[in-house]
Write a new protein. Sequence first.
Length: 136
Amino acid sequence: MEFTSHSGPASQCAWSGQGRGSVTTEPFADGVKFHERGHFRPSGSKREIAFTNTYRWEFVSGGLRLFHERRGAEHAVWLFDLEETPGGDWLARHAHQCGEDRYTARLTPSATGFELRWRIDGPRKDEHLHYRYAQQ
């Protein structure tokens, strides 16, 4: 897994940079969990920041449901449901609101995995994240 993060002109976070890591998958009856571990390097910095994440992908009628389990499975945060478009991409049906911040995403399948592009808008945020997940 690798990703790039780009802060737009309205961002007050300055969170541009690049990350790389590994994903361990954990299948379960209705989907799969992604346990991510890696490092992020902010643009212009020589220091890396370690990160971990757990995302739960559930297969539901008509699409995929995505949860973030940063505080554990019992406190999972539902992000959004993704539905397939006629072009083969998957789009969030509705944006996820977290306080004043709005999260949307587009998933694009590829021959070796998929890409997930996030957009985060808010009073202090103007963020674009591009994740690439591929089997090695």
